[in-house]
Ligand binder design. Structure first.
Ligand code: NDP
Length: 288
């Protein structure tokens, strides 16, 4: 007999989690603000609760996947959380994760915050690479490993309930930089009649993949405190090369606004006398 699970929130992501738990044979109680959205899941065997409080009462394990932290507070306002294992899969900031943990523990629950590193079609698909960062109650995580591992991989990052969101947001922030670089690269080649986006794409993917291990070098610099270790492309050379990137953008009629903030930081670090480093020193300049 599989353990029963309650899930609040049947948006794109919540519904994907619901399906995998149902398919794995877990009795599932669901609630959604707009009940009609639950119909396909009810047809697949889920039980629809009339209120969030009723849904919470139905299982010891309660997962929540709503739009934002405020909607979590609203949805759970009248629920009795005494003795519950509350797993919050809603994206938020680290501060929201910590405050929500204190709030849940004050109401008698164990609390785990989650940061989902996947899009809905990856959920429940073996080898899709989908996983969820979890932080907060280690006891909850250990006790519920079996259920949590059904929809996606699990990566526990610490007792501090803010750490799941911190890891999630750090990875998303790096992705934002990557998307920015990809946008600029396509802008440069767009309009060239002999460069097709589809032929250019694999070159870009290959290059970004080849450059990704740069991340390990940064980690080594930060841990050793020596930002010159293993540097093969030094800052002085790179700042020089930036000029080529900027001139090419201008020649191609492409704006430089995605490039210049980072290049400005590289120039500041060089001006501070760090020409023999890589670009790790930019991190020091970001500290507020
Ligand atoms: P959707 O917009 O598809 O669904 C939002 C859900 O929140 C719906 O169930 C909606 O109910 C509910 N909701 C919104 N406001 C309230 C409220 N005030 N009270 C009660 N319920 C409310 O979003 P997703 O399912 O895609 O996302 C859910 C969470 O998962 C978000 O925190 C998102 O950041 C996170 N996530 C999503 C990813 C994705 O690619 N989709 C990737 C990683 C994380 P109703 O049906 O009534 O509108």
């Amino acid at each position: 007999e599989k353990s029963s699970i309650t899930l609040l929130g049947l948006g794109a992501m919540g519904a994907a989690f619901a399906r995998t738990w149902l398919a794995a044979g877990h009795p599932l109680t669901v609630w959604n603000r707009t009940p009609a959205r639950a119909e396909p899941l009810v047809a697949e065997g889920a039980k629809l609760a009339g209120t969030a409080a009723e849904a919470v009462a139905a299982s010891d394990l309660v997962a929540v996947c709503l739009l934002d932290d405020a909607s979590v507070g609203e949805a759970l306002a009248d629920a009795d959380l005494t003795g519950k294992d509350l797993v919050n899969l809603t994206t938020g900031t680290p501060a929201q994760g910590r405050a929500r943990a204190e709030w849940a523990e004050g109401r008698g629950a164990r609390f785990l915050d989650g940061g989902i590193m996947a899009v809905p079609p990856m959920i429940g698909v073996p080898d899709s690479g989908a996983y969820v960062f979890y932080s907060g109650s280690r006891a909850l995580f250990d006790a519920r490993q079996g259920e949590l591992a059904v929809p996606a991989g699990t990566v526990y990052v610490g007792e501090d309930p803010g750490y799941a969101a911190l890891h999630d947001v750090a990875l998303l922030s790096a992705m934002t930089g990557m998307f920015s670089g990809v946008a600029h690269a396509f802008a440069l080649v767009r309009g060239e009649k002999d460069v097709s986006p589809k032929e250019f794409a694999p070159l870009l993917v290959g290059w970004l993949t080849a450059m990704a291990p740069y991340v390990y070098g940064v980690a080594d610099h930060l841990e050793s405190g020596d930002y010159t270790r293993g540097v093969t492309s030094n800052l002085a050379m790179m700042v020089q090369a930036n000029g080529t990137l900027l001139r090419t953008a201008e020649d191609q009629g492409v704006g430089t606004e995605l490039l210049t903030p980072f290049m400005g930081l590289m120039e500041r670090r060089l001006a501070d006398g760090h020409g023999d480093e890589g670009v790790t020193g930019v991190i020091d300049l970001l500290a507020r």
